[in-house]
Design a protein around this ligand. Structure first.
Ligand code: KPL
Length: 305
């Protein structure tokens, strides 16, 4: 095994990163941050000195790569935080570290769903950068399997990316700065809101939703409600009402995938439904709109765990 360690020398004027959530995307991110020359510490859930993960890349990369990250133990302020915990775990995982966040902390939030940071008291001058990824990565214990490296977009609404972004982009496959990151996040959220609950409820792969029958009708019902809501939310900018088409396209492109929600259900883990369709329901309530089929799907998923 080739080994990469968190003790790589830190070049000048480059931040030290802390990672909260060394699951699949967190581990892949840690690997690319190290490759880019940054130093990285893990913020583990339980006290430990070292966190190890083995990454398996698709062919032609041959040998697995072992990451070994030192757990944070020096108590310095956290200036750059990479946040990759599961949506529903965010508040619990972040709370112990809040007092350590620098006032101008940069947080890269790479999570499924929306509303994960609602109600969390972040420092006043926090630079919140959202990221959205279509990478196919899954985890079995400390083994991380990278099935497909597609696209990861990142942004905070400004045109210019921070200085650390350029070296990271050179290493991180498919990474782009997108100053319209909110559009990308809404596009991903709405596709996840169609594919994820239905694959979990029908216990099927993404492509098996395209059955020309009941499952496709369910996709259409969810997508119609979501488009109705988004048309209201984005009344000024306009909303293309193409959720069904985008969901069908992604279901086709990822036909063999097990969605993250189905994987969570099968593993008996809590799903991210409250931050996907649940988030949409909370928005709908604000606008006085009913989303009955989304509501039913949320309730059914809740019953499953
Ligand atoms: O993001 C996904 C997920 O499973 O969470 C999709 C796009 C549905 C791919 O599986």
């Amino acid at each position: 095994l080739s080994a990469l360690s968190s003790t790589l020398k830190q070049p000048e004027n480059t931040p030290h990163w802390h990672i909260l959530g060394l699951g699949s995307l967190g581990s892949l991110s840690a690997y690319y941050l190290l490759q880019s020359g940054f130093t990285v510490s893990a913020l583990p859930r339980t006290p430990t000195h070292l966190v190890a993960r083995t990454l398996h890349f698709p062919l032609p990369q041959s040998a697995p790569i072992t990451l070994s990250l030192r757990a944070d133990d020096h108590g310095q302020p956290i200036t750059h935080l990479w946040l990759t915990v599961k949506a529903h775990d965010t508040a619990r995982a972040l709370r112990p570290w809040l007092p350590r966040l620098a006032n101008n902390v940069t947080i890269v939030c790479l999570q499924n769903g929306m509303g994960t940071l609602d109600g969390i008291d972040l420092p006043e001058a926090c630079n919140l950068i959202y990221a959205s990824s279509t990478n196919g990565v899954w985890r079995g214990a400390d083994q991380i399997h990278i099935a497909a490296e597609n696209n990861t977009q990142m942004g905070n609404g400004s045109h210019a990316a921070p200085a650390w972004f350029a070296p990271l982009q050179q290493q991180f496959r498919g990474l782009h700065w997108n100053h319209h990151i909110d559009d990308a996040r809404w596009q991903k959220l709405t596709v996840n809101a169609v594919i994820n609950p239905l694959t979990a409820l029908y216990q099927c792969r993404n492509g098996e939703l395209l059955d020309g029958g009941e499952r496709e009708q369910a996709m259409e019902k969810l997508a119609d409600e979501i488009d109705r809501l988004c048309t209201r939310i984005f009344s000024r900018q306009g909303w293309p009402s193409d959720t069904l088409k985008r969901s069908r396209d992604i279901a086709e492109q990822t036909a063999q995938n097990t969605s993250s929600m189905l994987a969570d259900c099968r593993a008996g883990r809590r799903t991210e439904i409250d931050f996907i369709n649940g988030f949409l329901l909370r928005q709908a309530e604000k606008y006085g709109i009913a989303l009955p089929f989304n509501q039913t799907c949320v309730e059914r998923i809740h019953k499953m765990h």
